[in-house]
Design a protein around this ligand. Structure first.
Ligand code: MN
Length: 502
């Protein structure tokens, strides 16, 4: 019964009849078009797109994004066309589905130097956070079912997930997805270490939980006494991949890991958080230097919470985390946790959407819809917001700088893996001048992805570009037609002028 539309709808956070109707239509459409396809597991292919949509609904996405999740493999894997999707579901959903399809075409080359470039490329190519979030949920389900994939492919996919997808989930603050992706990648990449870590952790978890339960009882009594309501309590296990990384730093000695499990309490307001912290410290002595105020000083991805480590009085120490419900949701679902508040937003333009997400300064209580505002957005979101502000400047200014925005740019690589961003439709000539004017002035030929190409070739996202030079080669008038950037055009003109006068 798992793959029924009712199951999916029951996870949607803000239901409306329009939203339900949209999801039902996308469900039927996907089911129909994927009907005879099977995955390597032998399951119907539809189950994959269903599970992707289910994860989207579980982390709080809106019906539009959930529907796009149902349709995310439609263009790539079925007969249905872009026009069909547009006709049935409109241009916003088509935009999201096309975005996910495009991302699927970016190939991971497994070279270390490419990793940061690839993350940037991912972010730039997706243009809309929702595209990235769908891609991440798609990856979560693919990782959950990785056992059915041939072994050598498992490792490649797991490595890519660990190096590209998990860091993006982290950057978006979606802790639940980051943790799951890391755990699954770990399992397939280093199976032996995974099992060993699990083994050493298990007995410690049990012991730590018993200790925390005692603390918890005492703490609850005291908080009740001080009239602080506790919304929920969790015993949070340190995630297996971060545990393993920490073990590596501590000579694999589990006894040296103090935060293997933390007591996490969720209280109604920020002032309750600080009051609760005071109570914790009055009951147990804190370890100096281990009190972390991520409320006043949020992490770059927006994470907020109070952390402290205390002596339990029974010869051990324990970590306590205190936060509000909003901080908790943000930690689990990150950027995604905001989307539900913006249900029904009809502005599908990329940057506009992000702008709306972060209304007039993330740092002010200016929006009634986002309450936990005393935090900063990830830097790259700020950059996108700035780009959006630029876009809103007067038209003539806009024309001059238009091609400098992410949406009009492509990201290509040097043979060493450095990323270079250029305006869309740039050629190897633009690339060469970008790298160095000397290279530009002596281009003999160019290779893209290892193949010789003409200098008029239009570069595409992810291309690896190599320029061959010769002391005898020089710019010609023709190159002006090939070049897109001002830098290349200016350099070529200058060379032509100098060579005609000399
Ligand atoms: Mn997929």
């Amino acid at each position: 019964m798992r793959h029924t539309v009712e199951t999916l709808l029951s996870h949607v956070s803000s239901r409306t009849s329009e939203g339900d109707d949209l999801i039902k239509r996308a469900y039927q459409f996907a089911k129909h078009h994927h009907q005879d396809q099977l995955r390597l597991s032998g399951e119907p292919y539809f189950n994959h797109v269903f599970e992707t949509a289910l994860i989207l609904s579980q982390i709080g996405l809106d019906p539009t994004t959930i529907s796009a999740g149902l349709l995310h493999d439609i263009i790539e894997d079925t007969e249905a066309t872009q026009e069909d999707i547009k006709k049935e579901f409109g241009s916003e959903i088509l935009f999201l589905v096309e975005g996910v399809t495009k991302l699927g075409k970016i190939k991971y080359r497994g070279v270390e130097r490419h990793v940061e470039s690839l993350r940037k490329l991912f972010i730039a190519t997706s243009q809309d956070i929702r595209v990235l979030i769908i891609k991440l949920c798609d990856r979560v389900h693919n990782m959950r079912t990785l056992e059915f994939i041939p072994e050598e492919k498992q490792k490649r996919i797991a490595l890519e997930t660990l190096e590209v997808h998990a860091p993006i989930a982290h950057r978006l603050g979606i802790g639940s997805i980051k943790d799951e992706l890391e755990g699954l990648s770990f399992k397939y990449l280093y199976p032996q270490e995974y099992q060993e870590t699990q083994k050493v952790a298990e007995s410690r978890y049990i012991k730590a939980e018993q200790e925390l339960k005692k603390l918890h009882k005492k703490l609850l009594t005291e908080l009740a006494h001080e009239m602080i309501r506790v919304i929920r309590t969790e015993y949070r296990r340190k995630h297996i991949w971060s545990l393993y990384k920490k073990l590596l730093r501590k000579e694999m000695d589990i006894e040296k890991i103090y935060d293997i499990m933390a007591l996490r309490i969720v209280v109604p307001t920020v002032s309750d958080c600080y009051r609760a912290l005071g109570i914790v410290h009055s009951l147990w002595r804190p370890l100096p230097g281990r009190i972390k105020d991520f409320i006043a000083f949020p992490k770059p991805n927006g994470y907020q919470s109070l952390h402290t480590t205390i002596f339990t009085g029974e010869g051990s120490i324990a970590e306590v985390q205190i936060r509000t419900k909003e901080m908790h949701d943000h930690a689990e679902y990150g950027v995604a946790s905001h989307v539900r508040y913006k249900h029904g937003n009809s502005d599908s333009s990329t940057l506009g959407w992000i702008k709306k997400l972060i209304p007039s300064g993330w740092s002010k209580h200016s929006s009634d819809e986002i309450e936990y505002i005393e935090t900063k957005p990830p830097l790259w979101i700020e950059e996108l917001v700035e780009a959006q502000e630029e876009l809103e400047k007067p038209k003539d200014y806009l024309n001059g700088v238009k091609s400098d925005f992410l949406i009009d740019r492509i990201f290509v690589f040097t043979p060493k893996g450095d990323v270079i961003d250029l305006p869309i439709e740039s050629s190897p000539v633009d690339f060469a001048y970008y790298v160095h004017s000397d290279i530009g002035d002596h281009i003999q030929g160019a290779k893209v992805n290892g193949k010789l190409v003409s200098l008029s070739t239009k570069l595409k996202n992810g291309d690896i570009v190599e320029i061959m030079t010769s002391a005898k080669s020089h710019p010609s008038k023709k190159w002006l037609e090939y070049s897109k950037t001002l830098l290349a055009k200016r350099s070529i003109k200058q060379y032509l002028k100098e060579s005609s006068t000399s």
